[in-house]
Design a protein around this ligand. Structure first.
Ligand SMILES: [Zn+2]
Length: 278
């Protein structure tokens, strides 16, 4: 039994829960939607993150989202205790988290948004896509009706990627998440449910919206997940060497120079980067 199996084997002894959902052992055993997207961006970077060699930075932007998530999960007290960095020295919340409180109040003023957020919270399910074990955690699950995911973002404006402006769903690849969630729910319940983004913005005045990702978009995204999952899983198992993107933090961190090059190559790399910008 190699190292990978040993680590995964340990994970098998404890069922998936909210406490261990993001543990290394379970992340090695299961693919998840964030992990799949990390592999899409850079295989080498995703692997380095999994192995703890180059952990993903916990940014304030991500923490604000987690703060709002925690409120709707009913675990805000635990979150506050775990993250002393969200407070100023005088004990007040830092400005970003005061704004998170404002976002929460705004959501609570909208009965329709609240209805969508009133499903079962943080429902964990597992399944298998293209022979690869998958795990999902649903923010608000309405049995037989809908899968709802809460997203806290800067705004709903399109952003530049791959040389064109893309709407926020395409930019953040929420279609991939929706496809994985819909498929794992289908495997567990036999029901094909709508996938809805409950979006809120961090603008001075919070905007909010409920956005469905249509089934045909999820079908296309699922085909991509089916196509690429086996390769990503074999990279995790050490059977295939991960490709490097040469533009992410992890690739810069592990870059090894082998000599000098004609400086004009930078223009070529620059162009390549532009074309492949994500
Ligand atoms: Zn990279």
């Amino acid at each position: 039994m190699d190292n990978f199996d040993l680590k995964v084997d340990k994970a098998l002894n404890e069922p998936l829960s909210n406490e261990n959902y993001f543990s290394t052992a379970h992340s090695l055993k299961y693919m998840g939607s964030s992990q799949f997207k990390a592999f899409l961006e850079c295989e080498s970077g995703a692997l380095a993150e999994l192995n703890g060699e180059y952990p993903r930075e916990e940014t304030t932007a991500l923490l604000v989202g987690s703060y709002v998530d925690a409120h709707f999960e009913g675990s805000l007290d635990i979150f506050r205790a775990k993250h002393p960095e969200i407070f100023k020295q005088n004990g007040d919340l830092k400005a970003e988290y005061k704004q998170a409180d404002y976002i929460i109040q705004r959501i609570e003023r909208d009965p329709v948004f609240m209805k969508y957020m009133s499903g079962k919270k943080q429902v964990i399910m597992t399944g298998e896509i293209a022979g690869v074990p998958y795990k999902i955690k649903i923010d608000s699950y309405h049995e037989d009706k809908a899968i709802v995911d809460l997203k806290c973002m800067r705004d709903f404006q399109p952003q530049w990627k791959d040389g064109r402006k893309q709407n926020f769903v395409d930019f953040w690849r929420y279609d991939i998440q929706g496809a994985i969630y819909r498929e794992v729910v289908r495997q567990n319940t036999g029901k094909v449910l709508p996938f809805i983004i409950a979006g809120v913005t961090k603008e001075k005045e919070t905007d909010l919206g409920l956005f469905e990702i249509p089934q045909e978009v999820l079908d296309v995204a699922l085909a991509e997940v089916v196509e690429k999952s086996p390769r990503f899983n074999e990279i995790k198992q050490g059977k295939i060497v991960a490709e490097r993107c040469e533009k992410c933090n992890s690739c810069r961190f592990t870059k090894k120079l082998t000599g000098f090059t004609d400086y004009r190559i930078m223009e070529v790399i620059g162009l390549w980067r532009y074309k492949n910008a994500r």
